[in-house]
Design a protein around this ligand. Structure first.
Ligand SMILES: [Zn+2]
Length: 384
């Protein structure tokens, strides 16, 4: 069967699984495992306590190196969106394939799976690995587990292509996304007797001021020639909740803040400075007034960025596969940074445009899938 026909057949099947993040994707993962089995793939399924699952499947010899083809199997919800037809029934019109996840990012997964018979038939010197995850859209939860397991198992693939929709452009970097909520617990009291209470809101504002002070250091920390926009790590305070009335000392305050690090060292720098200020200054002052006072991080979600690497093996491989030379950086996050942290060189290149992602009537074009199949069709040759 033609590569494209096979891709469309698989894509239609994948779209029919309504694998919205937070719902179980287990039937989809089991379907992929059953599909890969006849091609001699060795499948590792890892799952969370809710039954959501990743699959890591290998075709080719059991040796280090090789290439990971990576994608997330979850899709964003369709609730409240105005679709022209059932989002989970793929339909084609004018060379465009519509359905939730066609672009982000089951199109890439279908193309990668369609090549399995060719990978199996080729005499590969190094393996092809499929890494398909759950819950990317809600914080890359599945990829954290998958990369951990991969490292624990001693697997050392040399590069990963993350097939997020980039219109097949080669993306070598993106910022990370770190979100935090810090909660201050004080002691309430009448405003006329401030010494008897601990004003959580006032401590929260000092914390906020400190973050704003730390942020002033960030522009100077950006490496020269940084192509990010803006070129440095950013940090913002986005929420401050506290207080009930003018005459009541607030006993609770919560600060929501986020940063978008261009490099892991910036993330570490900000964290260390704000943590030492909290530990050495704010907390002792609060506890001296009343030992029940406290500062606690009640929410933290950190998705690693992908740091551009001039010696990236993944970028070199995708350049060879596509014949493209240009690389870019983007502002959306992916699982690529997690692979990079796991010691695997990573690059993002996949069919479809991010502009179609997450929207009603999401689509990927046949042309984009054809370009992706052309790239993947050269993988076996690269791993000879
Ligand atoms: Zn995606």
């Amino acid at each position: 069967m033609e590569r494209m026909d096979k891709t469309l057949e698989i894509l239609e099947r994948l779209i029919a699984f309504p694998s919205i993040s937070s719902e179980s994707n287990r039937d989809l993962i089991d379907w992929i495992a059953a599909y890969l089995e006849p091609y001699g793939a060795r499948c590792q399924i890892t799952s969370d306590t809710d039954g959501k699952a990743n699959i890591f499947a290998t075709i080719g010899p059991d040796v280090d190196g090789g290439l990971i083809l990576s994608g997330h199997t979850d899709v964003v919800p369709v609730a409240g969106q105005d679709w022209s037809a059932d989002p989970f029934t793929m339909r084609e019109e004018g060379g465009l394939l519509y359905g939730r996840g066609t672009c982000d990012m089951k199109g890439f997964i279908a193309a990668a799976l369609a090549l399995a018979p060719e990978f199996a038939a080729a005499d590969l010197a190094r393996p092809v690995h499929y890494a398909f995850t759950y819950d990317e859209e809600i914080g890359c939860l599945g990829a954290r587990v998958l990369v951990d397991e991969m490292v624990k198992a001693g697997l050392k693939p040399s590069a990963a292509i993350i097939g997020e929709p980039t219109s097949m452009r080669i993306i070598e970097g993106h910022k990370g996304c770190c979100e935090y909520t810090t909660e201050f617990t004080g002691v309430e009291g009448h405003s006329s007797l401030p010494d008897l209470g601990v004003n959580a809101l006032e401590y929260a504002t000092r914390y906020v001021s400190k973050l704003m002070e730390i942020r002033q250091d960030l522009p100077a920390r950006a490496p020269e020639g940084s192509r990010f926009d803006p070129p440095h790590t950013t940090l913002q305070i986005c929420e401050l909740h506290s207080g009930v009335a003018h005459n009541v000392i607030p006993n609770k305050a919560a600060v929501g803040w986020e940063m978008r690090p261009i490099q892991q060292s910036d993330r570490d720098y900000v964290r260390e400075r704000i943590e030492s200020f909290t530990r050495d200054v704010l907390l002792p002052e609060m506890k001296a007034k009343n030992p029940v006072a406290n500062i606690e991080e009640i929410f933290a979600s950190e998705v690693a960025g992908l740091e551009p690497d001039p010696d990236s093996e993944a970028v070199a491989i995708v350049r060879a596969l596509t014949g493209g030379n240009e690389t870019e950086v983007v502002s959306f996050g992916t699982e690529a940074g997690l692979f990079q942290q796991g010691g695997v060189s990573a690059v993002i290149c996949g069919p479809g445009s991010i502009e179609q992602a997450h929207k009603p009537d999401e689509y990927v074009s046949r042309d984009q899938l054809a370009a992706c199949l052309e790239m993947l069709g050269r993988v076996a040759g690269q791993l000879h």
